[in-house]
Design a protein. Structure first.
Length: 231
């Protein structure tokens, strides 16, 4: 027990430059408290004392705002940084040396039975606010970007970004030139498409009346993101 306690403390010191002492971690780090309370709850859970297990789990939620179901299986040196809003489901499996940031959910979709929650491989980092939903595997040594929504399996040694998440780097090689800054504006594209269709309909109507259509003059492409017209 004391070896595992020292191991948990050391992993936080190694990963969090703000951690100044073991005493500070023990009394002031909600992620550390949540993991220690989970270990106790899980001990009761595997011995089929489910009420006591959930009692400890719910007390942990009130104290730390971190909800770890006592049925989850969590490996060694598990670190929850900050931790507010973290939720880990009953059938989740987490390997060794995993880091979760605040707002992460390891949950289900509500459509699966039995194994409903994800399996997280060793040495995985999941960024703030990411949601991993479903009974699939996140491969070891992978990174899930903050705010991502992961709905399918991620291979080992990968970086996944977006909603829904897709792999942008694997084994150190970029596999998807995802540009998150210079992206098209879907609203502008939709309005531009409508303008083009209205223009076509006006021409057809003018032709049926035997008239020459007088359409508004403008510069640039009407359906471009930066210059569109609303009729």
């Amino acid at each position: 027990m004391f070896d595992r306690l020292r191991e948990d403390l050391q992993c936080i010191k190694d990963r969090d430059p703000a951690a100044r002492s073991s005493l500070e971690i023990i009394f002031l780090y909600p992620g550390f408290k949540a993991v220690r309370m989970y270990r106790r709850a899980h001990w009761f859970y595997v011995r089929r004392m489910f009420f006591l297990a959930r009692l400890i789990s719910q007390r942990c939620v009130r104290k730390t705002n971190i909800e770890i179901h006592p049925g989850a299986q969590i490996g060694r040196r598990f670190f929850i940084d900050h931790g507010t809003g973290v939720v880990i489901g009953e059938t989740a499996v987490i390997g060794d040396d995993v880091i979760l940031y605040q707002g992460v959910t390891l949950g289900g979709t509500g459509k699966d039975h039995g194994k409903r929650h994800p399996t997280i491989g060793n040495n995985v980092l999941i960024g703030a606010g990411a949601k991993v939903l479903g009974p699939f595997t996140i491969g070891e040594n992978s990174n899930i970007a903050a705010g991502s929504v992961v709905l399918k399996e991620i291979p080992p040694n990968s970086t996944a970004v977006g909603s829904p998440a897709r792999v942008v780097k694997q084994d150190g090689v970029r596999v998807d030139r995802l540009d998150q800054i210079h992206v098209s504006d879907p609203v502008a594209q939709a309005i531009g498409g409508l303008y083009q269709r209205v223009e076509e309909l006006e021409k057809e109507l003018a032709e049926t009346k035997g008239e020459v259509a007088e359409l508004p003059k403008h510069t640039g492409e009407p359906w471009s993101d930066s210059n569109f017209w609303i009729i």
